[in-house]
Design a protein around this ligand. Structure first.
Ligand SMILES: C[S@@+](CC[C@H](N)C(=O)[O-])C[C@H]1O[C@@H](n2cnc3c(N)ncnc32)[C@H](O)[C@@H]1O
Length: 312
């Protein structure tokens, strides 16, 4: 355990990155630095690691733990901005490996004041970056009913999305919904059949979190940027925690491995389609032992790709 967050698929990630001691690496989701610490342990004094996170607390921990390490650069920001972020300028030569360990960290989930968890009463906030807007409550208390229903359905795969949206709009006429418990109780009242082993608020909370942090947009914009910043032979490792994210990663990898789209009737050899990535192995899931020791690993799925091209 590292500062309250147990890194998921740690050994598998390090194997997939195949860290070269003199290489240059990006940890796009520093969190509490579980993966970063292991990458650093494999780097020589000439190796380099750039750690990013959009959460100020993660950046504080990164600075406290690794701020003095000359191999380490720490940048606060969204990973979708990595190609235009000013702090990235010295890295334009490219990376030998990149890690995206998506979603929230345990400290974010466990701190009631951050408002991510339906198990803890706190403000309905859910922002990873507390300088961004809106909070989950601000959005829920102002969005049109149809938009709330769409978000619950598309991002939470919630079957009772319309019913919940109707109840939100009815309740907020009298008083805004401001706490996690208020929203969790409202959702529970509107769901007639519960899924065994799952809190009724699980899907609605996931939907709001994805919306507030634009998680799918971030990932969709970051993957092409990551591809372009990888050196030939460099590895891209993505760990997802729900099927919406994993679908984006899987489809992007498949598209990049196929290369340019030509009409299928043209007899063009595969090499001429100039594929940009090669998919490495199959999707990896944590074993029983890891899931038992760390229940948050249960939904993790890791995919790995390698940048194709001429090594100069
Ligand atoms: C699952 S945790 C990473 C845990 C980390 N690998 C460790 O071992 O401690 C995900 C982290 O990514 C950050 N994050 C999520 N989306 C981000 C984005 N679009 N840009 C930058 N950071 C992001 C979150 O703030 C969170 O700290």
């Amino acid at each position: 355990m590292t500062e309250g967050h147990r890194p998921v698929l740690l050994a598998e990630t390090l194997d997939a990155l195949a860290v070269r001691p003199e290489g240059r690496y990006l940890d796009a989701t520093f969190g509490r630095g579980g993966h970063s610490a292991e990458i650093l342990a494999r780097l020589a004094p000439t190796g380099r690691l750039l750690a990013m996170d959009r959460d100020d607390q993660a950046i504080e921990v990164a600075t406290r733990r690794f701020g003095e390490d000359p191999r380490m650069t720490i940048v606060k920001g969204r990973f979708s901005m990595m190609d235009i972020d000013r702090g990235m300028a010295p890295w334009q030569g490219g990376f030998d490996g990149m890690l995206f360990d998506l979603g929230v960290s345990s400290p974010q989930l466990d701190d009631a004041r951050r408002g991510f968890s339906f198990r803890r009463d706190g403000p309905l906030d859910m922002r990873m970056d507390r300088q961004s807007r809106p909070t989950a409550a601000e959005w829920l208390n102002s969005a049109p009913e149809a938009e709330i229903a769409r978000v619950l359905r598309d991002f939470g795969e919630e079957r009772f999305a319309r019913r919940i949206a109707r109840a939100v709009v009815a309740v907020r006429v009298d008083a805004p919904i401001v706490t996690t418990s208020q929203f969790a109780a409202l959702v529970a009242r509107e769901i007639p059949r519960r899924e065994p082993g799952q809190d009724p608020a699980t899907r609605a909370f996931q939907a709001l979190r994805i919306l507030v942090n634009d998680e799918l947009g971030e990932l969709s914009r970051a993957l092409p940027a990551a591809r372009d910043l990888l050196k030939p032979g460099g590895r891209l490792v993505v760990i997802s925690f729900h099927s919406l994210e994993d679908r984006i990663v899987k489809q992007f990898f498949a598209h990049e491995a196929r290369g340019d789209a030509y009409p299928t009737r043209l007899p063009i050899p595969q090499a001429m389609l100039s594929p940009r990535l090669k998919v490495i192995g199959k999707a990896v899931r944590p074993g029983v032992a890891e899931c038992t020791a760390n229940p948050r690993a249960r939904s993790a799925i890791m995919r790995v790709a390698e940048r194709l091209g001429e090594v100069s």
